[in-house]
Write a protein that binds this ligand. Sequence first.
Ligand code: XMP
Ligand code: MG
Length: 183
Amino acid sequence: MTDIVNSVGQILITEEEIKARVTEIGERISRDYADKEPLIVAVLSGSFIFASDLVRALSIPVDISFIYASSYGDSSESSGQVDIKTGKGGLNAEGRDIIIVEDIVDTGRTLSAVKQFLFDKGANSVEICTFLDKPSRRIVPIEAKYMCFDIPNEFVVGYGLDYAYKYRQLPFVGILKPEIYEK
Ligand code: XMP
Ligand code: MG
């Protein structure tokens, strides 16, 4: 059987680095929102591992909701159009202080659409907490108040991020061997 770790050419961020940083960001959010009871909105699918670790690093009460955001276009470059879906019953954002939890900000298109969507639904405030940021790729100006790691312009997998729906379960962030992408 193929071991998925064998497909990884380089580890960019280790499991230990992730744990330490997520704990730190969790403590910051807990301090900043001490009197607010924010609503965490995790953007699926990519953020599911980050969101689950992040909420366990929070010491304040929070509500947790999920939305699906996907942009039309090919898999490695998002287009301008973002499709946003909420679960059954919708999402009650009215008057809430929301923290969007995302796996990665790339062009910024997805998050700017999600942010607008939440304001349209009556949110009181919307901040962004992203696991990764590729600032060199930004097209739409958007800034995350909380960010775990800045990365160079490389396609990465692991800790929720996929390549062709795989590798999400890797406990670290890595770059696949070139032959995997060329397949
Ligand atoms: P935008 O460009 O809208 O896109 O900020 C954010 C979405 O693009 C995907 N993305 C990646 N996915 N490895 C991935 O697995 C990457 O290196 C990467 N860069 C961008 C991702 O779906 C994210 O939500
Ligand atoms: Mg994503």
